[in-house]
Ligand binder design. Structure first.
Ligand SMILES: O=P(O)(O)OC[C@H]1O[C@](O)(COP(=O)(O)O)[C@@H](O)[C@@H]1O
Length: 444
């Protein structure tokens, strides 16, 4: 991209990044050409505060107008970031394809969520044409309008079902996944055409669905696991043995690849649909937790959070206190102490709870503190599902230097799932807050 001379910039070697020549820039910023360095520096800083172009700031050409890209790194799109990763590590090529498909699906879901009211996509998915709804015995004349339920007995929202379709198809068409598990699918899905794939994926297509109709933040949660059971699947397929159903009701057996502890995740993340749409993920290992914001002008995810680290300790707790009377005494005691400023930090903690795990975890990741779904006497294992909610989020928070545990004080990432929709208690957040919580938890 070659710029005409009327712009005070010189083309740099980096595509999309323009290195302004200091003297011209000072002129451009109306700094005049006197040599009083300090005055010029102060003016440059002032310009920085109001978001004008400053030295080293990237400029993106939008509709041919040099536009200051907010923040120093955001001209780096997700595509560019991943391709630069692959150029130095070829083994990430398949993961690059997966992440780009997940990002594409999240863009689509973001549009669906943003326009839900406009396109009448709010409300419950109803059971039409006699497909299964709730209890089999319900065959009254008004069966058609019954809310459709998922295998956990929860009413499915229209956007739950739509988002599930979008993400399921995006993942299927990568040809890189042999098995999928979703909150909105009763059973794991075997992708016949990709039996010998290296990976399997788990996801909650639209988390926080109780908030959708009120346009409060929701999100998509995903996790990718390596699958070392390809031969077993082929074997079972050949023998037509036990039952993992694909869409043609083909029976095969093993879900082992899905039922791995969170510590085995190869990647995990979420996409939050809120005032911004933000995709946050990690590829594990030495890779950071990284965040990209969907730029509505570019229609691209651009880098905004290059290396997310959870503060060691926070001053927020995020839990549904409406259930506190049902909690174990140890948990009530912990929350009471930190609320009163009688915890280890002697700081009084404030409550923040959106009721969407993605929103509550995103805030906790940035500001610190602790988020929890503790379980109680009525729901021993809490409300959240282990393999596509607790594990992916705990993997991410621990990768950002935070911690996670169950209400028994065990690392969420060590819990071995027994079923696709198994629930688990989970706490995650700042490492010092999680460690402090553990001192209150009495192992059973
Ligand atoms: O209503 P509660 O008990 O506070 O539970 C809220 C939790 O349930 C969830 O909404 C469950 O998610 P789904 O909407 O995906 O079922 C979480 O996002 C949230 O953290």
């Amino acid at each position: 991209m070659k710029f005409t001379s009327r712009f005070p910039f010189e083309a740099s070697s980096h595509v999309g990044l323009l290195k302004p020549s200091p003297t011209r820039l000072h002129g451009f910023l109306g700094l005049g050409n006197n040599n009083n360095q300090q005055q010029q520096q102060q003016k440059a800083d002032e310009a920085r505060l109001v978001g004008d172009i400053t030295l080293g700031d990237p400029v993106v050409m939008i509709n041919n107008v040099p536009t200051v890209a907010q923040g120093p790194l955001s001209t780096i799109t997700l595509q560019r970031y991943l391709s630069s990763l692959v150029s130095s590590d070829e083994s990430l090529r398949e993961m690059e394809g997966l992440m780009l498909s997940i990002a594409m699906a999240c863009k689509t879901i973001s549009t669906l969520v943003n326009r839900a009211g406009i396109n009448q996509l709010t409300g419950l998915e109803t059971d039409v044409m006699g497909t299964r709804s709730g209890s089999q015995s319900n065959n009254g004349p008004n069966k058609k309008n019954k809310p459709k339920k998922n295998i956990q007995g929860e009413d499915q929202k229209k956007l739950d079902v739509l988002s599930n379709g979008v993400l399921k198809n995006a993942l299927k068409f990568t040809g890189k996944l042999g098995l999928l598990a979703s909150e909105e699918e009763d059973e794991a899905l075997l992708i016949e055409s990709a039996l010998d794939s290296r990976y399997v994926a788990v996801f909650d297509p639209l988390d926080g669905s109780s908030n959708i109709d009120a346009s409060i933040c929701t999100g998509t949660i995903f996790g990718v696991l390596e699958d070392d059971s390809v031969d077993i699947k082929n074997e079972y397929k050949r023998n037509n043995d036990d039952c993992v159903r694909d869409e043609d009701a083909e029976c095969v057996n093993t879900m082992d690849a899905l039922l791995q502890p969170g510590s085995q995740l190869a990647a995990s993340g979420y996409c939050m649909y809120s005032s911004s749409t933000i995709l946050v993920f990690t590829l594990g290992g030495s890779h950071p937790v990284i965040g990209f914001t969907l730029d509505p002008q570019l229609g691209e995810f651009v880098l905004t959070h290059p290396n997310m680290r959870t503060p060691k300790r926070g001053s927020y707790y995020s839990v549904n206190e409406g259930n506190s009377w049902l909690w174990d005494a140890s948990i009530r005691h912990y929350i009471d102490k930190i609320k009163r400023g009688e915890g280890q930090s002697k700081k009084r903690y404030s409550s923040r709870y959106v009721g969407s795990m993605v929103g509550d975890v995103h805030r906790t990741l940035l500001y610190g503190g602790i988020f929890g779904n503790p379980g109680d006497v009525q729901h021993r294992n809490g409300k959240l599902r282990l393999i596509y909610e607790c594990s992916p989020m705990s993997f991410l928070v621990e990768q950002a230097g935070g911690g996670s545990c169950t209400s028994e004080g065990k690392s969420v990432l060590e819990v071995v799932p027994e079923g696709v929709h198994q629930r688990s208690t989970c706490w995650l957040g700042s490492i010092e807050d999680v460690e402090e919580l553990k001192t209150y938890l009495v192992p059973e």
